[in-house]
Design a protein around this ligand. Sequence first.
Ligand SMILES: Cc1cc2nc3c(=O)[nH]c(=O)nc-3n(C[C@H](O)[C@H](O)[C@H](O)COP(=O)(O)OP(=O)(O)OC[C@H]3O[C@@H](n4cnc5c(N)ncnc54)[C@H](O)[C@@H]3O)c2cc1C
Length: 426
Amino acid sequence: MTDRRFIAAQELPATADVVIIGGGPAGTAAAWALERAAPGTRIVLLEQSSSLAAGASLASLENFRTCWPALCLARLMARSVQVFLNPADWLGEGVNLGVKQQGYLYVAFTADGAAAFRRDVAHLHNIGLTHVEYLDADTVAARYPWLSQRITAAKFDPLAGWLDSHALVYALANATRSTRIALNVADTRLSIEGGRVTGVTTAAGRIAAPAVILAAGAQSRQIGRAAGFDLPIVVRPRQSFTTPWRHPAFPEDAPCVISAAPFPHVRPEARAGAIFGWEYGGVPALETPTQPADAYKDPRFPSITLSLMARQFGHVPGDGFADPRYLRGVAHRAGYYVYRDNAFLSQADGTRQPYKSERAILDGWPEVDGLFLSIGHAGHGIMAAPAAGEILAAKVLRRALPDPAYADFGLDVPYVEHDAGGLGLH
Ligand SMILES: Cc1cc2nc3c(=O)[nH]c(=O)nc-3n(C[C@H](O)[C@H](O)[C@H](O)COP(=O)(O)OP(=O)(O)OC[C@H]3O[C@@H](n4cnc5c(N)ncnc54)[C@H](O)[C@@H]3O)c2cc1C
């Protein structure tokens, strides 16, 4: 039987209840959640590439974690992890997301780093994340004898892990029976009349719809600009690499290990490999991508990452991360992190101090009735996807948010405590 979920671009329907632009984690999760909240909603999802999940998730480490110090992010991830761990309940029988729940281990190499972890863990416990552990140096050495003896303390999130993001995106898409998904759709533009969205036009035709969700990742600002408005997001290229070889001392059941500033991190990948990432390179934030993210791949990234980690962990040449076998057969990738660009702290003198927020924008766009945004997912749009989709569904259907803490993903919420710092400050 043909799967009528996937239609050819030429088969686009003339009308829909909701059009979603972008078939990554954000767009497919919005479709999934909308259908669950209002079965039978006629949704059309438009993807410009020849497959779903063709954006930043291709370069991602596919990790998830629950230790978020901002309550809204903690709740978002807790809900999403519930979906990841129970795919049969939420995504359908037989769905396999390849989940490995091996934890996140943040390590410190100084007394100050250890003290910061103590404060972090106390705060996380205060907001209900009592499963997150502070580990002193002896406990780290006993639990992870293969790690560096230099470690002074660690913070451990036992509920964290990773999954197959491609499987997640396709599972979300496949769970949406009344969604029609069109791939290879070029030149999608918003149609706006009298301050409200009336649908989209594409190279393959027009779809009239009273609601449109913009979930096009790094391309979202361009789509807005083409329609005459400017979304508050910026993009930053970010690199990762996979190695087919992993040091024999680094076990297959190891957690994802996040090292000290500048926070290079690594986790086992498949049976014998590893995957590494961190924020590297001084490329300033861009309003819109001017070239594919791959153009920012610095060929030195894998060797610089390994020497940084070898230095931090105290590995001598030939040992641990300084073993040259890590560099054989590397698969090096890049993608864009997309950040909210309207977060600021208000100073006593009335000035605004911008900061790098970790909060996506999950809200309606006030300038255009019927237009909704799922953008700015930074480095965690995969782990956030299911809950982010549910927030979008509530907005589109004009229902109450599933959790009041989610109000902080509103467009006009400039500041939320503990919502900065990525992997680093918490
Ligand atoms: C190096 C790196 C590591 C990462 N690690 C993690 C991690 O460990 N865990 C985690 O949760 N997240 C991670 N991320 C972040 C994660 O990949 C993103 O947050 C997530 O992919 C964002 O989802 P999205 O759907 O908003 O955008 P994207 O994944 O970029 O998807 C956007 C989709 O929209 C499509 N599209 C774009 N323009 C149009 C258009 N005009 N018309 C139709 N379709 C369009 C694209 O082709 C794409 O399929 C990482 C990202 C990078 C780059």
